[in-house]
Structures are given as structure tokens and as C-alpha cells.
Design a protein around this ligand. Structure first.
Ligand code: FMN
Length: 250
């Protein structure tokens, strides 16, 4: 079973590619949390790096997973450039359940947060080609149930940014808001939100469980959702192998 968490599809596509190659199934972490996965012999986790760390929501969901200590468990982190400390807290959470992670790797993909900083993630599509062979290598390793970590020890920058107060401050500053004048109430934002945190009643309203995946910003056909400053339609991104409507986190 390959579990994923995604805002714009990068991690979902990686999970699907691994599942296609291994004959396994994919499931969103949101759906998997709380389910009994103890009969699964292979459990993969695929999620993005946020702020040099694991998204808080991923940690919450992993804490609720029920996995056998005998399973072959792997983690693949998708990132724009630097994964920092994005596996350590998850490894620790699993260790507390008696589960050890056999294999960890990372893969660079278009940085969906570039939009927040006024840059266009679609100008980074070259990464998908550049790191395609890395993907094949990862799949080979997983098929052979190889062990190994391609992450260094926790670094100072990641540790500082991962302090709860810092994490709240940084991710909090990216929290999206809806411009009611632009919103047409289509509900696409609510559909892609992995947290089930958006309610649409004529207009979209974002609740207080946002984990800043920014999937809603990238999905909104009206560009009605922003982190403060407007951004052009051409800066909206989702992985090119999927349609925005395919994003299913729940
Ligand atoms: C709030 C936020 C913070 C991010 N922080 C980092 C980071 O620290 N390092 C990095 O390389 N990429 C970072 N990214 C980029 C994502 O990790 C990357 O684009 C990932 O592949 C997105 O996966 P998804 O499409 O499955 O959501 C960040 C993205 C978001 C939304």
C-alpha cells in the first residue's frame, strides 16, 4: 500500500508510479489514517517537504497509522530543492509504534510554493525530466526491498525551522484566504483540500485546519484564493500527468 499526501499532485504521481511498477495500491494518507493496515507487507509514504520539514498534517496522520512492525516501510519525500529534516519526525513517530523505516529517498519536482514568492512553478517542469532516472532507480530499490537512507543527519536550519513556534509562524504566514468578490462557489478548492477544511456555501470559506498545501490556490479557476498578493493564472501549477479534478486526498 502506497500512501500519499499531496497539494498539487507531485506526491500523488510519485505514489502512483511506484504502485504501477510494484502492482501495489495507492491510498491518501487522510483515508489511511485510522484504518487497520497491519496486514500490509509493504507500506510506502510519499509526501512533500514544507519549510525544510514534514508537513504538520502528515505527522498527525502518520501518528494515527496502524502498520505491522514486520512491513517493509519506505518514505519518499518530494521537494522543490532541499528536503532538510523532512523524514526525522516521521521516523520517530513510526519508531514509537515499533515500526522501522527501511528505505528513504527524495525527489526534486517543480516547487509549488514558488507561486507564493511570485515565481512560476511551471518554469520548473524540466525537473520532471531531469529526475526521471532517479525515479526509476527508486522504483528498482523498492521492488528489491532494498534498505538505506539517502538523507543526511538532521541539520541546524531544518531543526530551527521545525521548532513548533517557528513552524507555526512560517507556515501561518502562507495561510490562504478567499476573495469573496472573485469566488464563484465552484467547490474545486474544497475537493482538492486534503484536510477537508474548505466549506462552500455560495462562496468558499477556509476553516482553521489549513496545513498550507496551497492546493486550493493552484486549483481555483478564478484565482480567488491567495496568500495576500494576487498571482497570475499562469503561475498555477499541478503535476502535468494529472487533471486538477483528479486530486483526491480523501
Ligand atoms: C508551504 C510549503 C513549503 C515548502 N517548503 C519547501 C522546502 O522547504 N523545501 C523544498 O525543497 N520544497 C518546499 N516546498 C515545495 C514542495 O515540497 C514541492 O513542490 C512538492 O513536490 C509538492 O508536492 P505536492 O504536489 O504533492 O503537494 C514547499 C511547498 C509548500 C506548499
Amino acid at each position: 500500500m502506497i500512501l500519499y499526501f499531496t497539494g498539487t499532485g507531485n506526491s500523488m504521481v510519485v505514489a502512483r508510479k511506484i504502485a504501477d511498477a510494484t502492482g501495489d495500491r495507492t491510498l491518501s494518507l487522510t483515508e489511511a489514517a485510522g484504518q487497520d493496515l497491519s496486514t500490509e507487507k509493504v507500506v510506502g509514504l510519499v509526501y512533500p517537504c514544507y519549510d525544510f520539514n514534514t508537513p504538520p498534517a502528515v505527522r498527525e496522520l502518520v501518528a494515527r497509522l496502524c502498520i505491522s512492525p514486520d512491513a517493509y516501510v519506505f518514505i519518499i519525500v518530494t521537494c522543490g530543492a532541499q528536503t532538510g529534516n523532512s523524514i526525522w519526525k516521521v521516523r520517530r513517530l513510526l519508531k514509537q509504534k515499533g515500526v522501522s523505516v527501511a528505505y528513504c529517498h527524495k525527489i526534486r519536482m517543480p516547487d509549488n510554493s514558488a507561486t507564493i514568492f511570485g515565481r512560476n512553478p511551471n518554469e520548473q517542469l524540466w525537473k520532471l525530466e531531469k529526475y526521471a532516472s532517479r525515479m526509476e532507480h527508486i522504483i528498482d530499490d523498492i521492488k528489491a526491498h532494498r534498505h538505506g537512507s539517502h538523507f543526511g543527519a538532521p541539520g541546524l536550519v531544518g531543526s530551527l525551522l521545525g521548532l513548533p513556534s517557528m513552524e507555526r509562524k512560517i507556515l501561518g504566514s502562507f495561510k490562504p484566504t478567499v476573495d469573496p468578490d472573485r469566488c464563484i462557489g465552484c467547490g474545486l478548492c474544497a475537493q482538492v483540500c486534503p484536510m477537508g477544511n474548505i466549506v462552500v456555501d455560495g462562496k468558499a470559506a477556509i476553516g482553521d485546519r489549513c496545513t498550507v498545501c496551497i492546493g486550493c490556490l493552484h486549483a481555483c479557476p478564478q484565482q480567488a484564493i491567495t496568500t495576500g498578493k494576487p498571482f497570475p493564472k499562469e503561475h498555477q501549477y499541478h503535476h502535468p500527468d494529472i487533471q486538477i479534478q483528479d486530486l483526491r486526498n480523501r
